[in-house]
Design a protein around this ligand. Structure first.
Ligand code: BGO
Length: 271
């Protein structure tokens, strides 16, 4: 039986380099249906039963660009068996924004800490064990350009699929937000697949226009959700999308503090 692993990551994180390293010449290039966004898939060089699906480079799973919509539709609707999230380890803070969203989808995630050669050359240290614990998923060091670690990431992803393991997001939002998400989940739980319920609750809370269109709940239910959102927004004196974004950044800062030691602090201020 074949296993499909999606490669997701920010632009320039090394996705193409890893895709080529894993698939060699076994690639198929086309477009995603109906849009002019390139679609690439291929079979693992070492095991043709493993399909590697490349996704467009994205910073977030919001609905603001074609690439984001294509990637998230694939992840939510087609549901690959696992995701390898390629992270530029030399830009950890910026890249983890997407990671926090990928772990909410309900598909097992392996984080490939790519460009680890640059991190090591700089003398910086990333505590992989702590990072893995903080994110609630496997983390593997890779240097796609040197062909190091990519196969290890695939092996970890396959092991997760075979053991039926799920990534369990460790991040919780603040109490009023979690309360709102729980109330929204309760309202829609009969209408949405249980493995994606948290993702949908967050997106409904953010008033994500694509999700509102897709779910097209009856007016009364939409109003109940809206009341929950407004109630929370009043507590924060902020809009719901900004509340979620701000809380994600606070969480990521705390992860960086725990897991990342920079050798030369002046690099942060001079660049
Ligand atoms: C250029 N380590 C290092 N050091 N570099 C890497 C690694 C790694 O592990 N992985 C990838 N790169 P893409 P997306 C380039 O193209 O795969 C490099 O967008 C250059 N090009 O070689 O394209 C990779 O698919 C001229 O670098 O990323 C590439 O995610 C000078 O990261 C870049 C220097 O990789 C982006 C680099 C003309």
């Amino acid at each position: 039986m074949s296993i499909t692993i999606a490669l997701a990551g920010n632009p320039n994180s090394g996705k193409t380099t890893m895709f080529n390293d894993l698939t060699g010449s076994n690639q198929h290039v086309g477009n995603w249906p109906g849009v002019t966004v390139e679609k690439k898939d291929g079979r693992l060089k070492a095991n043709k039963d493993i399909i590697i699906q490349d996704l467009p480079g994205i910073y977030s799973l919001s609905p603001y660009s074609l690439e984001e919509v294509v990637s998230r539709n694939y992840l939510i609707k087609e549901k690959p068996d696992a995701i390898i999230n390629i992270v530029d380890a030399s830009n950890l803070e910026r890249n983890l924004y997407l990671t926090t969203q990928l772990t909410e989808i309900g598909v097992p995630v392996v984080v490939a800490l790519n460009m680890i050669d640059i991190v090591k050359k700089n003398g910086d240290i990333i505590d992989i064990k702590k990072l893995s614990k903080a994110l609630g998923c496997e983390v593997v060091e890779t240097s796609a350009i040197k062909g190091i670690g990519s196969k290890d990431a695939v092996e970890k992803a396959v092991a997760l699929v075979q053991s039926n393991a799920k990534s369990v997001p460790q991040h919780t939002f603040s109490e009023p937000v979690e309360d709102a998400l729980n109330r929204i989940s309760d309202l829609v739980k009969d209408k949405i697949n249980s493995s994606s319920i948290r993702w949908y609750a967050i997106k409904l809370f953010e008033r994500d226009k694509e999700i509102l269109k897709e779910t097209s709940f009856r007016t009364e239910l939409q109003q109940q959700i809206e009341d929950i959102i407004v109630d929370c927004e009043q507590k924060f004196d902020d809009d719901s999308e900004s509340i979620i974004t701000n809380e994600r950044y606070t969480y990521i800062s705390s992860i960086i503090k725990q897991c990342f030691k920079i050798k030369n602090k002046s690099r942060l201020t001079t660049s």
